[in-house]
Design a protein around this ligand. Structure first.
Ligand code: AMP
Ligand code: GLY
Length: 418
């Protein structure tokens, strides 16, 4: 099987490593990729949000499967263009990708499907925003409607800050604050059959102890030692299957990876957001534990044969990933800093990296590396991930020191169960 992977982040490096390890893969290409991905796949350049350009490249490469990493190409209709060439594509149509592309659309689908989520109002006018804030009370949650790379959301008890974010964002969704531990569940689906991966937890805020602004994600671990036994089943039954059913009934079945961002509240799991693709950095941790060959799995989903696959096989133990970010992230990251200690080390996944003209590895984005390790226990995986972080030298770099720490210490409070 010849596979073309689209994207260039830490998530794509993890996908590339897993795809390359699948014995069914005879050729692996990645556009645009990064220097880390270049070690396991042939990288090439393409305008990734140009549907015809990506479909053209897939045809030229005689790809049997295209896997699309980021949301922007999906929302732009790249999967539609690839499928129109008769090539299997893992990734939803532009219509189904609206589940991530528009928070308002996602809320509408959830309401129609009876899926538990935060109560919310879509607002365009300052008066509507103010009324919604007052109805829900603090902490206030204000989300820009549209793609914002995880950074369009403000959660604050400062009413002025909430109003300011709304007025800077155009159309927004104001919603009720959900209290409880947050987690992510990734589901591989062909539009009908749906297979959950291991649940994971992401760390959205830039600073230790969940302080500072939101980021794309500063670290993750899987699975969740604190999860009630039936958690994944409950999410599949109450949230994922109704959502997939609703999208199918609308004539826009979702094929690819449905990412449910959830909070385990006192009333059970509720949706914070849906994404239309693998999460970053949770994918790095989750795929480190997946034993089932990935290309065969994604191909089965792309061609509507997921129900024929045997249950997934997982390595025992746990995985942790710690993101090493550039100075200034999540504001304006500084780029061009020399990185040492990161080349060719298994588990040091490249996100925002590039090769300078003289061949030296430099930073090229906000999240630079994702240091990913497994262990027999979560504590061991955590130690191993931080040992990888310690090998990296990058001027001005910062990372969180508390990834997976509360879970290791058994400090995560599950509402109604303490
Ligand atoms: P989103 O981009 O929707 O995932 O939001 C980013 C982050 O803001 C989430 O991962 C949560 O940590 C937080 N957040 C968003 N919506 C809510 C909510 N309704 N209640 C509590 N926290 C939220
Ligand atoms: N880890 C959050 C995201 O991928 O959106």
């Amino acid at each position: 099987m010849r596979v073309l992977l689209i994207g260039s982040g830490g998530r794509e490096h993890a996908l590339a490593v897993a795809l390359a390890a699948d014995p069914a893969v005879t050729g692996l290409y990645c556009a645009p990729g990064n220097p880390g991905i270049g070690a396991v796949a042939q990288t090439m350049s393409v305008a990734i949000t140009d549907p015809e350009a990506v479909a053209g490249l897939a045809t030229e490469l005689a790809a049997d499967l295209v896997v699309i990493g980021p949301e922007a190409p999906l929302v732009a209709g790249v999967a539609d263009a690839v499928r129109a060439k008769g090539i299997a594509c893992f990734g939803p149509s532009a219509a189904a990708a609206q589940i991530e592309g528009s928070k308002a659309f996602a809320k509408e689908v959830m309401a129609a499907a009876g899926v538990p989520t935060a109560r919310a109002y879509t607002c365009s006018q300052p008066e509507e925003v103010a009324a919604a804030l007052d109805e829900f009370g603090p902490p206030y949650v204000v989300k820009k409607d549209g793609l914002a790379a995880g950074k369009g959301v403000v959660v604050t008890s400062d009413r002025e800050a909430a109003l300011a974010h709304a007025s800077a964002s155009g159309r927004v969704v104001v919603e009720e604050f959900l209290a409880g531990p947050e987690f992510s569940l990734f589901v591989i689906t062909d539009g009908e059959a749906a297979v959950p991966l291991l649940p994971a937890q992401d760390f959205k805020r830039v600073g230790d102890g969940d302080t500072g602004p939101n980021t794309g994600g500063m670290g993750a671990y899987a699975p969740l030692p604190w999860a009630p036994e039936n958690l994944v089943d409950e999410v599949m039954t109450r949230i994922v299957r109704p959502t997939l059913g609703e999208l199918k009934n609308r004539g826009t079945p979702f094929v690819g990876l449905l990412y449910a961002g959830l909070v385990l509240t006192a009333d059970g799991p509720k949706v914070i957001e849906f994404n239309c693709r693998f999460g970053d950095p949770e994918t790095q941790a989750v795929l480190a534990l997946l034993e089932t060959p990935l290309a065969g799995l994604l191909h089965a989903a792309a061609v509507g044969q997921l129900s024929e696959k045997p249950p997934l096989a997982w390595r025992p133990g746990a995985a942790v990933t710690v993101v090493v970010a550039a100075e200034g992230y999540p504001g304006t990251p500084r780029t061009g800093d020399v990185i040492t200690g990161a080349s060719g080390v298994p588990g040091i996944l490249h996100a925002g990296t590039a090769l300078r003209e003289d061949g030296v590895l430099v930073s090229a984005g906000g999240r630079v590396l994702a240091c990913t390790a497994t262990g027999a226990t979560l504590a061991e995986a955590r130690d191993a991930a931080y040992a990888l972080v310690d090998r990296v030298m990058l001027d001005g770099a910062h990372y969180r020191r508390d990834i997976a720490l509360a879970a290791v210490r058994g400090e995560i409070q599950v509402p109604g169960r303490d």
